[in-house]
Design a protein around this ligand. Structure first.
Ligand SMILES: [Zn+2]
Length: 360
C-alpha cells in the first residue's frame, strides 16, 4: 500500500492536467481517492478508474475532493460511486466483519448467514472472502475452530471441557472430525501421543542413515542423518510419549519402499502419510507437495501460494517443523535469490536431493 502511494499522482499545481488525464484514459485504479474528474456535458463526477465511456477531454475538469466537485455543481456518478468508500475498503470491512462473526460464533455460521450479514449474495460473498483471505469462509471457520481445540486441549482440565470451550456443542461431532484435525484421538494428543504406537526402522540410503517411522495410519517420520543413534533420539524428541516399537519383517517392506523413493523421488511415495501439525502447517505442507520434483520455490512464493503473502516467517517455520523428509518436500524451498537455505537434514543433503531430482 505504502509503495503504491509513492507513485500516486497528486493534483497539485505542479501536476499537469495532462498527467491526470492520462490516468483517466488508463482508468488507473491506483489514483482512486486521490483525485476526481467531472464531465461538463453530463454533470457528473467520477473516480479515475470509472468504467463509463471516456468523456471528451475538453469537457473534463479535475478535483481534489468530492466536496470540491459537488461545490462546482456536479453529482456523483452512479456507476463508480466516487463519494462511497472504495470497493477494496468495502470488501476489507466485509471480510473483517465476517471473520469476527466466525470467531465469536458458538456454531459454525452458514454461508447464507455470513453473506446475509454482509449484504452480499452468498456467491458474491464467497468470492470476496476468498479473494481477500486466500481461503473459503468454511476453511477459515474450520481452521479457527481447530486452533481453538488444540489450544484448549492443552489448557483444559478435561477433553470434554476443551470441546465445549472450543464451541463444539456435541462431543460426537468433535470426534467425528478430530482425526483430521489432530491426527490422533484427542486423549492421545493431550498426553503427547501416549497411546500412539510408532513402528520404526533404520536403514541406509545414498544420503546416509535413514529412519522411517509409521503409525497404523501411515508414515509419520522420515529422518535423515549420519548416525543411527542420533536418528532414534530425534524420533523420541519428536514423539516424546509415543510407544516406539522396532519394525518387524513386514515393516522392512515399508522401509524399502521409502528408500527407493528417496533414490528416485520423482516417482512418488505410494504410502499414506500420518501428518500431525497445526492447520496452518498442513496448508504449508500441502503446498510443498504441489511443487514438482526438480523445481524450487522461495519462502515468499510459498507464502503467496497459500494466500498468506505476509506470513513468510511462519511458512519457513512450518517447513522447518516437517518431520517427513522428501515425502513432504521442504527441500524444494530456497531463498529468494535461489541459494539454498538451511535444511533440517543438512544443506548438502538438500543439494544432493535437488540434483537427483533434476537429473531424473
Ligand atoms: Zn463514474
Amino acid at each position: 500500500m505504502t509503495e503504491t502511494r509513492e507513485k500516486r499522482l497528486r493534483p497539485t499545481a505542479a501536476d499537469s492536467d495532462q498527467q491526470l488525464w492520462k490516468a483517466v484514459v488508463a482508468r488507473d485504479k491506483t489514483q482512486d481517492g486521490i483525485f476526481y474528474y467531472s464531465v461538463a456535458s453530463t454533470g457528473v463526477y467520477c473516480r479515475p478508474s470509472c468504467s463509463a465511456r471516456l468523456a471528451n477531454r475538453e469537457n473534463v475538469r479535475f478535483h481534489t475532493t468530492c466536496e470540491e466537485a459537488e461545490t462546482a455543481g456536479f453529482r456523483p456518478c452512479k456507476r463508480c460511486k466516487p463519494n462511497a468508500a472504495s470497493l477494496d475498503e468495502t470488501h476489507a470491512a466485509i471480510v473483517a466483519a465476517a471473520c469476527r462473526l466466525i470467531e465469536q460464533a458458538d456454531e459454525l455460521p452458514t454461508l447464507a448467514d455470513l453473506a446475509g450479514a454482509s449484504g452480499l449474495s452468498p456467491f458474491h460473498f464467497h468470492r470476496v472472502f476468498k479473494a481477500s483471505t486466500g481461503v473459503t469462509p468454511k476453511a477459515y471457520a474450520v481452521a479457527h475452530r481447530h486452533a481453538r481445540v488444540r489450544h484448549n486441549l492443552k489448557q483444559s482440565g478435561s477433553v470434554t471441557e476443551a470441546i465445549h470451550e472450543s464451541g463444539f456443542n456435541s462431543s460426537g461431532r468433535f470426534y467425528a472430525c478430530s482425526d483430521e484435525v489432530l491426527g490422533m484421538i484427542p486423549s492421545d494428543f493431550r498426553k503427547g501421543g501416549n497411546n500412539a504406537e510408532l513402528r520404526f526402522a533404520i536403514g541406509e540410503c545414498s544420503l546416509g542413515a535413514i529412519l522411517v517411522a509409521a503409525s497404523e495410519r501411515g508414515v509419520a517420520a522420515i529422518l535423515l542423518g549420519n548416525d543411527p543413534t542420533d536418528l532414534e533420539r530425534d524420533l523420541r524428541d519428536q514423539f516424546p510419549n509415543a510407544k516406539l516399537v522396532g519394525g518387524d519383517k513386514s515393516f522392512a517392506e515399508i522401509v524399502a519402499k521409502v528408500v527407493s523413493f528417496v533414490e528416485a523421488p520423482g516417482k512418488g511415495l505410494n504410502l499414506p502419510l500420518d501428518v500431525q501439525g497445526t492447520a496452518f502447517q498442513h496448508r504449508v505442507w500441502q503446498a510443498l507437495q504441489q511443487i514438482p520434483p526438480g523445481t524450487t520455490v522461495s519462502y515468499s512464493e510459498l507464502a503467496e501460494r497459500i494466500g498468506k503473502p505476509s506470513a513468510v516467517r511462519a511458512v519457513a517455520s512450518a517447513c522447518a517443523a516437517n518431520t517427513i523428509a522428501i515425502a513432504i518436500p521442504c527441500h524444494r524451498v530456497v531463498r529468494t535469490d535461489g541459494s539454498l537455505s538451511g535444511y533440517r537434514w543438512g544443506v548438502e543433503r538438500k543439494r544432493a536431493l535437488l540434483d537427483k531430482e533434476r537429473k531424473s
